[in-house]
Ligand binder design. Structure first.
Ligand code: ATP
Ligand code: MG
Ligand code: MG
Ligand code: MG
Length: 469
């Protein structure tokens, strides 16, 4: 029998509990005590104070299912494996076990507990790590040539300094029919053949400001296994959107749009976007994120607007997000109980913002139509960049929408002019802000330097969400 997503999550946590790990709940999507980070992007974030020895962990072995959000993956939503909001299963060792057990537990879980076929699994290691491949040979019987060496299998620190180390990632070979066909297609390739499912991070070095690495006195393990990806494999689905934890959401929107999933590529793409964004918004709202024009509130707003826009592409003219929240809560509320306790609030925030944006849309539409009439009278077919920018900046009207309507009606956009206006605006706001905002890695670097937090633990993923969409 096929396991449900909920069962797979439970199997994972039970397995690691049986190996002496203490279960900890997911931390909030809003990281505590860290102004440099907008949203939680990995399970290890709540472990940072333990890894650094600043706080005492509840136990030296911990396991969790963590809510994660990555804006950096927003453009990938629509491929078979990438979501903005996803669940990361993790087991952590705070100065307890290290590489050998991390690899052995992972192998046991994948091949004995959820019973993935071993010959489909491919470990990758860092080229400078000789220990991990030795364990993969010993524990799982891999021939040395079968272990792929990837430079990208290195973790942190992002800028200044912090703990770091090699990692070992496990990929699943979905078969050559998913491949790009290139001769060098192997784990790490961007196509859909080799699916990255699990990252085992070996935090064994401390990197100082000069880039010098010294061994850490206590070595830690941090792992992240994507629940939706594992579930997709175990349920034999083509994408993460078709697993049981997701399909209900996709179908909900498909029904609303009087269509069905899997009929048309363009429709499916929009269905995936609104399903992903809808689910993400419910979780963001549950963790207290409110729409606004900056920081995480801005992420919320952009995600919602993108969802509404794709809803429009599907012909959804009435507000649809708040209603879908109920479906999300039904599917996920048993484990993430905050969804149930916050249900009313979530629905209220979503419907308010959606309504507001619908107004923005109709105001924008009438302004745009006026503009197009004027241009037609002057027999012009190019919309000046400044006008496009004004629609976007002053009226919140999405540029892609202007673009699309323009081309429908035989107009084009002066993109160079638009970008110029955009740049001028950015220069103005840069000059105006005396406060360093954690909106990109440069800013993060600056914060680190200012405050001299040389021990900040670098995790590549952490800064993900702080990038503006
Ligand atoms: P990818 O290369 O696919 O972007 P990643 O290397 O950025 O993934 P990690 O930071 O190593 O991912 O996170 C650990 C695990 O979390 C991944 O192996 C994967 O199973 C899962 N994961 C990461 N990003 C996503 C995403 N956008 N959607 C779904 N699952 C994800
Ligand atoms: Mg990634
Ligand atoms: Mg990767
Ligand atoms: Mg990875």
């Amino acid at each position: 029998t096929t396991l449900t997503g909920t069962e797979i999550r439970a199997r994972y946590l039970d397995f690691f509990a049986s190996k002496g790990h203490t279960r900890v709940p997911s931390s909030s999507l809003v990281p505590r005590n860290d102004p440099t980070v907008l949203l939680t992007t990995a399970g290890m974030q709540q472990m940072i104070p333990y890894f650094l020895g600043r706080e005492t962990p509840p136990a030296s072995r911990l396991t969790s299912a963590q809510k994660c959000f990555r804006t950096t993956d927003i453009d990938k939503v629509g491929n078979q494996r990438s979501l903005t909001f996803f669940e990361m299963l993790g087991n952590f060792s705070v100065g307890d076990y290290f590489k050998r057990d991390a690899i052995s537990y992972a192998w046991e879980f994948l091949t004995q507990v959820v019973k993935l076929p071993p010959d489909r699994l491919h470990p990758t290691v860092h080229p400078e790590d000789d220990e991990a491949p030795a364990y993969w040979r010993e524990i799982a019987g891999f021939a040395d040539e079968a272990i792929v060496r990837l430079d990208e299998n290195w973790w942190g620190p992002p800028g200044a300094s912090g703990p770091c180390g090699p990692d070992s990632e496990i990929y699943y070979d979905r078969g050559s029919q998913y491949g790009c066909g290139e001769a060098d297609c192997k784990p790490g390739c961007d196509c859909e053949r080799f699916l990255e499912i699990w990252n085992l991070v070996f935090m064994q070095y401390y990197q100082d400001l000069d880039g010098t690495r010294t061994p850490l006195p206590r070595r830690n393990i941090d792992t992240g296994l994507g629940l939706e990806r594992l579930t997709m494999l175990l349920q034999g689905k083509e994408s993460v959107f078709e697993i049981d934890l997701y399909r209900g959401i996709v179908d909900h929107f498909a029904t609303l749009a009087q269509t069905s999933y899997g009929k048309d590529a363009k429709t499916d793409a929009s269905l995936r976007v609104i399903a992903d964004h809808g689910r993400a918004l419910v979780f963001l709202a549950a963790d207290g994120v409110l729409p606004s024009n900056e920081g995480r509130g801005y992420i919320f707003r952009r995600i919602l607007r993108r969802a509404v826009r794709h809803g429009k592409l599907l012909g959804l003219d009435k507000p649809f997000l708040a209603e879908a929240a109920t479906t999300v809560i039904k599917l996920m509320g048993d484990y993430y109980t905050e969804l149930r306790t916050q249900q009313e609030r979530i629905i209220e925030i979503l419907s308010m913002e959606e309504q507001k944006f619908s107004q923005t849309l109709s105001t924008g539409l009438s302004l745009l139509n006026e503009l197009l009439d004027q241009l037609r009278q002057k027999q012009q077919t190019v919309i000046p960049g400044e006008d496009v920018f004004k629609l976007y900046d002053t009226h919140g009207f999405p540029v892609e929408l202007t673009q699309e309507i323009a081309s429908e009606q035989g107009f084009s956009i002066d993109t160079a002019g638009f970008e110029q206006s955009m740049q001028r605006q950015q220069e103005r706001s840069r000059a105006a802000s005396s406060f360093v905002q954690a909106t990109d890695e440069r800013a993060l670097d600056q914060i680190l330097k200012q405050h001299g937090t040389t021990e900040f633990t670098g995790y590549q993923g952490i800064t993900d969400s702080s990038k503006v969409i």
